[in-house]
Design a protein around this ligand. Structure first.
Ligand SMILES: Cc1cc2nc3c(=O)[nH]c(=O)nc-3n(C[C@H](O)[C@H](O)[C@H](O)COP(=O)(O)OP(=O)(O)OC[C@H]3O[C@@H](n4cnc5c(N)ncnc54)[C@H](O)[C@@H]3O)c2cc1C
Length: 461
């Protein structure tokens, strides 16, 4: 029986999985290309915070870390939309005022590494995996400090949690009949900063995810516990306006003053931040298979890198960990080939689905979100959830506030579009809802909707 497990990458997913496996009696080593982040400071422009929702919390709960992270998490009950002309609009995310939580990615990662180490996981820092021989589980490793390259043979079992540009996945792509798809969107992102006010006060609504939707681009901001906000500008690389077109201080100032007037009033360093912070690209990766024989597998971004517009990358990765552990715990003979296959069967279609959900949500966030029709639709969705609590959950709620498989959530979208179109075509929902004729129609549409959702669920589970 295999007892030694080598994880590649000590990011969020690798560190969580290391804790879960070590607690089950495996001896886990994690090889990480960066130095120990507990001893280094985060470089400027790389301090992003993440939105954690129920799937992420479930992973932390499994590792007994939920309480500790809750203390450094800020609930965001809705979106605060900032139109160009001012007058912000607040929209609750869920019908029961559920929240997603802003958490510092660095702090979370450090706490996961700390707990893993306390449980006996061995971390090997400053070692970059250059290549993997997937049939012998032999690693080619570079020491990132000395640049020395070594060969490390015969790892019993390898799990790659080495992110969007995984070395193991790269080795898989050389296999016969390997399916691999990598897609960059035309937008990149840059981090900007709103500092805290006097006495660590928040200069905007604390318990919200702030969005400045501007059709082809957008700015967002998430709160930090020190009273500041981390802002991210999602902007095209090319065209006008774009990262390429905005170069000089005057161009940057002009653009921000016109497009984000209320934001730059709170950003004393926006020009320096814009000029100094890196511009990063956004990639989606789909690949298959995620596993090789009884030897290795991919997890987290290594298996399914997605764009960040649904706030689900880490959440999906933590859900991978929970389901993998569930399958492992349920396996009596610990046959790794069977375990890997079951894991891939459970997660692959959900990895693809969350990638598509995330791409679709970009258009919603940057373009549709401020339109009256969108706001009306969101309001009706919440009322349907209250009127038909056992039948209707919006796709957003399924993704962020439930454990509904992502594949079911995305496939429910069409049925919800049809239902909402029928309802909105009848005019004002608030006045219609007291009309018996409308109510009869609504009940009929809800019945049809239920049948469709049941069919979708039956076909995917
Ligand atoms: C701008 C932005 C905002 C985001 N917002 C959210 C959000 O709100 N909510 C959410 O759930 N997700 C969000 N995400 C996604 C989230 O960050 C990722 O899904 C998550 O970090 C994936 O974790 P991971 O451990 O799989 O990969 P990573 O976090 O990328 O970790 C991979 C680790 O492997 C190491 N590594 C890489 N290559 C090698 C190698 N060759 N050898 C050794 N080590 C290696 C890396 O140094 C790193 O430590 C966001 C992402 C971005 C870019």
């Amino acid at each position: 029986m295999k007892q030694n497990i080598t994880l590649l990458g000590a990011g969020l997913v690798g560190s969580l999985l290391a804790i879960l496996l070590q607690k089950r009696g495996y001896q886990v080593s994690v090889i990480e290309r960066r130095g120990d982040m507990r001893k280094t400071t985060v470089s400027a422009g790389r301090s992003i915070n993440l939105a954690m929702s129920v799937r992420g919390w479930a992973g932390l709960e499994l590792a007994d870390l939920r309480k500790e992270i809750e203390e450094i998490a800020i609930p965001m009950f809705g979106r605060e939309i900032h139109p160009v002309e001012g007058n912000t609009i607040f929209q609750y995310y869920g019908k029961n005022k559920e929240a997603i939580y802003s958490v510092s990615r660095g702090e979370l990662n450090k706490k996961l590494i700390e707990l893993a180490e306390q449980n006996g996981v061995q971390f090997i820092f400053n070692k970059r995996i250059l290549d993997v021989d997937i049939d012998t589980n032999t690693l080619t490793i570079e020491d990132t400090l000395t640049k020395e390259v070594s060969i490390d043979k015969n790892h019993e079992l390898i799990i790659a949690s080495d992110g969007a540009f995984s070395a193991l996945r790269n080795a898989y792509t050389k296999k016969d009949r390997y399916n691999y798809n990598q897609f960059y969107i035309e937008h990149g992102y840059k981090e900007l900063h709103i500092p805290a006010g006097p006495n660590s006060s928040f200069l905007m609504e604390k318990n919200a995810l702030h969005i400045w939707p501007r059709k082809n681009y957008m700015l967002i901001a998430l709160p930090n516990i020190d009273g500041s906000f981390t802002c991210t500008l999602f902007f095209p690389f090319e065209g006008n306006p774009s990262f390429t077109s905005l170069k000089t201080k005057e161009e940057i100032t002009d653009f921000f003053t016109t497009q984000f007037p209320d934001a730059i009033a709170l950003m004393p360093t926006f020009i320096e931040d814009y000029l100094q912070n890196p511009t990063s690209s956004l990639v989606t990766v789909k690949c298959e298979p995620w596993t090789h024989k009884d030897k290795s597998m991919l997890i987290g971004d290594a298996a399914h890198a997605i764009v960040p517009f649904y706030g689900q990358g880490m959440n999906a990765g933590f859900e991978d960990c929970c389901q993998f552990i569930e399958i492992l715990d349920a396996s009596e003979d610990k046959n790794w080939k069977t375990i890997f296959e079951a894991y891939q069967k459970a997660r692959k279609q959900n990895g693809d689905a969350v990638a598509d959900l995330a791409l679709n949500n970009f258009i919603e966030m940057r373009d549709k979100i401020a339109s009256p029709a969108f706001l009306e639709r969101k309001k009706i969705e919440k009322e349907l959830g209250i009127l038909f609590p056992n039948v209707f959950n919006s796709v957003y709620e399924m993704v962020s506030f439930s454990h509904t498989p992502y594949s079911i959530a995305i496939n429910s979208q069409k049925a919800q579009d049809k239902l909402l179109e029928n309802i909105m075509q009848e005019g004002d929902f608030d006045s219609n809802i007291s009309d018996p004729i409308f109510k009869t129609k609504l009940n009929q549409w809800m019945q049809e909707y239920t049948v469709e959702i049941n069919q979708i669920t039956a076909s995917l589970i």
